[in-house]
Design a protein around this ligand. Structure first.
Ligand SMILES: [Zn+2]
Length: 306
């Protein structure tokens, strides 16, 4: 079923390398929620330009600062120099100082061109976007600093990576041993209490079967909590696949070397697969991706299959 969104909301459904982007055109301000991955920056700028025509983009609002959600910020700022950027308030200082270690780009081995943020979003704040009033909702779990946006009149939730039609994003704090499953559960409860009618997720299509999506997410969470190693295994494959999406193809040896150097890869290997040498683990994960059809081998190269 195609969900009916107000005319001033346009969703650019992207893919997995770039998050979806939500363009909200109000009478005074045009706002973009999330900006995709940096290698898709030119495409993101073109999508925004095409939708806004001669009108400028005034503001970017980031649900969280994973590279696939804010990687287009710098390029959009170049195109629209007057635009301001809002980020979760807990990360404002880290953005201003551009601490790549804290901002996850080192941990995931991903790229994000530096940008400057202008203000912070706090859960409980009300923000105007597209002539609509949105409640900022804390969405910890996948990312401890993530925020969601809820518009009560139409029942619209911008859910980022806290809830997709089929699941939610990797629970990264779990990989570090910081814990995140309890936060995922709490965030799903909050979403249920808001009773959204339409959900615009960070990846995948807009959906309206919210109860079913919540039930699927809770089943996944239950499975991950009962078998945290399977979650870590899934995370390793997601990180490898993301790298392949970014590069298109890589020499097998370079890809394995990258995976072994990536801090999240090292951390989850030590924490969840202590009895298996890291090199064997990442090789096994890559073979699994190939078997499932997400990648293919071509001589010394591994190619992405999308
Ligand atoms: Zn994310």
């Amino acid at each position: 079923m195609v969900a009916a969104l107000p005319a001033q909301i346009t969703v650019f459904e992207r893919g997995w390398l770039s998050s979806n982007n939500v363009l909200l055109t109000g009478s005074h301000e045009a706002v973009l929620v999330d900006s995709g991955y940096c290698t898709h920056g030119a495409q993101t700028v073109a999508l925004v330009e095409d939708a806004l025509q001669r009108r400028p983009l005034d503001r970017i609002v980031n649900t969280h600062l994973h590279s696939d959600h804010c990687g287009g910020n710098a390029q959009l700022k170049q195109r629209y120099p007057a635009l301001s950027i809002s980020v979760p308030y807990t990360q404002l200082a880290d953005v201003q100082a551009w601490r790549e270690d804290v901002l996850t780009y080192q941990a995931t081995g991903q790229q994000c061109p530096p940008f400057q943020a202008h203000d912070g979003l706090r859960p409980g704040d009300m923000v105007e976007m597209g002539d609509l009033t949105w409640l900022v909702v804390g969405g910890a779990g996948h990312d401890p600093d993530e925020v969601l946006f809820f518009e009560k009149t139409n029942g619209i939730l911008i859910s980022a990576d806290a809830l997709w039609q089929h699941g939610y994003g990797v629970v990264f704090p779990e990989l570090d041993g910081a814990g995140g499953f309890a936060d995922v559960a709490a965030t799903l409860d909050v979403i249920e209490s808001l009773a959204p009618k339409i959900v615009i997720p960070g990846h995948g299509p807009v959906f309206v079967d919210v109860e079913e999506a919540l039930a699927r997410a809770r089943r996944r969470l239950h499975q991950q909590r009962s078998d945290p190693q399977s979650h870590a295994w899934h995370a390793l494959k997601v990180l490898l696949k993301f790298k392949l999406l970014e590069q298109g193809r890589m020499e097998r040896s370079s890809l394995l070397k990258w995976a072994l150097c990536m801090p999240h890869g090292r951390g989850l290997s030590q924490r969840y697969f202590a009895s298996e040498p890291s090199a064997a683990l990442v090789t096994r994960a890559l073979e699994s991706l190939i078997r499932s059809g997400a990648a293919r081998r071509s001589g010394a190269w591994i190619e992405d299959v999308s």
